[in-house]
Design a protein around this ligand. Structure first.
Ligand code: SF4
Ligand code: SF4
Length: 394
């Protein structure tokens, strides 16, 4: 692979919030302290060198970016206050922007006003749209969007979701292509040929590392991971993820039961009904995780939470809003007379959820995808090592 130097890389990363990186004297303390940095997967110093030397392709082709869990340990111990953990977070945001088409992520990673404004406009638009559309169908009122047919709305929604799915696939392929190129491999090396253990790698990436949080749980030695279990970083992160997946599962199960005609009889669905129970428990777990994460960023409790990008806030606020509105809807359902504000809350909840989904490839939400891909390639590492040696910034 031809090596290209981008002299603007350092300045670009600064726009993503990587402040202090120029203070680094390359002492290597951060890599030594990072309990997740092992063998050939050296970070964060390796990443810092890439940024200092303008090695843009190598930076964007680094799976190591996604092996870091932002514990902040390296920043706490850096003698130069070069904030290596913040550099890793900024580089991930930079990668999200560069993997996605048209660099739309720029809007959410660099500009707090524009990103926040766009997300707010989307939520307001979808809320008004659904409210007036429903009113139009129900009582011929408020025909703000009455000129649009129901079929068109349905097809537009479907097209938007398919488009987001396709964009997500493109971003994954882009990421894999970049990692393969930097390591003088081709993308098919990650699935075929000598890589007969790809199914095992997939299991490890999805079940063991992502759902089971094994590396974060067992190997990350950040001080916060030694606190009471419910305050540990890995648990707060896992609570958010498990809660989110539980809510998705409950929604899908509810939909499925509806289709096959199996559902609770009458208007009142008891709290112990399986989908309601799974949804409520998952929602509690989810709200706990997101609230703690928001609190830590708001209070900047440690180095890892001292620097936040607009994308971090937008992602967490949308998650929190979707969770809290879900609970308000549930409360309204159990109140006598099913109050009207419960319906408005439902519309707002759906609008927030649609916005969250549509922004997936462009905000911090995308890390959920990229981390799985990186962990998959990480699990393939022993086989990938049979190929030519990776690039080095040292
Ligand atoms: S970021 Fe800090 S700890 Fe890491 S190599 Fe640079 S100066 Fe040393
Ligand atoms: S933030 Fe934590 S996991 Fe990431 S590089 Fe620093 S010490 Fe390692």
């Amino acid at each position: 692979m031809t090596r290209r130097v981008d002299p603007n890389l350092l300045y670009e990363l600064k726009e993503f919030g990587a402040l202090g990186v120029e203070k680094c004297i390359n002492c290597g303390n951060c890599t030594a302290i990072c309990s997740l940095s092992k063998d050939d997967d050296r970070f964060p110093r390796h990443m810092i060198r890439m940024v200092q030397l303008g090695m843009k392709d190598e930076l964007l082709g680094s799976k190591e970016l996604w092996l870091c869990y932002n514990c902040g340990d390296c920043s706490e111990t850096c003698p130069q206050q070069a904030e290596p953990a913040n550099l890793m977070a900024a580089a991930r945001c930079y990668a999200i922007t560069n993997y996605a088409p048209l660099k739309i992520g720029n809007l959410f990673c660099k500009n707090p006003l524009l990103g926040g404004f766009l997300a707010t406009v989307m939520v307001i638009f979808f809320s008004i749209f659904m409210y007036t559309e429903r009113q139009t169908m129900a009582a011929d009122q408020l025909k703000l969007f009455g000129f649009i047919s129901y079929e068109f709305i349905h097809n537009a929604g479907l097209t938007a979701m398919i488009l987001i799915g396709l964009i997500s696939v493109v971003t994954i392929v882009t990421m894999m292509y970049r990692i393969a190129r930097v390591n003088n491999l081709s993308v098919k090396n990650f699935f075929t040929g000598a890589h007969t253990n790809w199914l095992l790698a997939l299991w490890d990436a999805v079940m063991v590392q992502s759902l089971g949080q094994k590396r974060y749980r067992e190997e990350c030695e950040a001080p916060e991971n030694r606190r009471a279990w419910y305050f540990r970083k890995w648990f707060v992160h896992a609570a958010t993820m498990w809660g989110f997946l539980g809510l998705l599962f409950a929604t899908a199960l509810n939909y499925f039961l509806d289709i096959i005609g199996v559902k609770a009889t009458g208007a009142f669905v008891p709290l112990w009904y399986p989908t309601r129970l799974i949804g409520t428990l998952s929602g509690l777990l989810f709200m706990y995780g997101v609230s703690v994460l928001l609190y830590k960023r708001w209070k900047a409790v440690d180095k890892a939470h001292s620097f936040s990008r607009p994308s971090d806030w937008i992602f967490l606020i949308l998650l929190w809003l979707s969770g809290v509105t879900g609970f308000i809807i549930e409360i309204a359902l159990y109140l006598p007379g099913a109050p009207q504000w419960g319906y408005w809350m439902f519309i707002f909840h759906v609008a927030v959820s649609i916005t969250l989904l549509l922004l997936l490839p462009f905000t911090k939400f995308a890390h959920a995808i990229y981390r799985i891909v990186a962990l998959y390639i990480y699990a393939l590492k022993p086989v990938a090592k049979q190929e030519p040696a990776p690039a080095s910034a040292d």
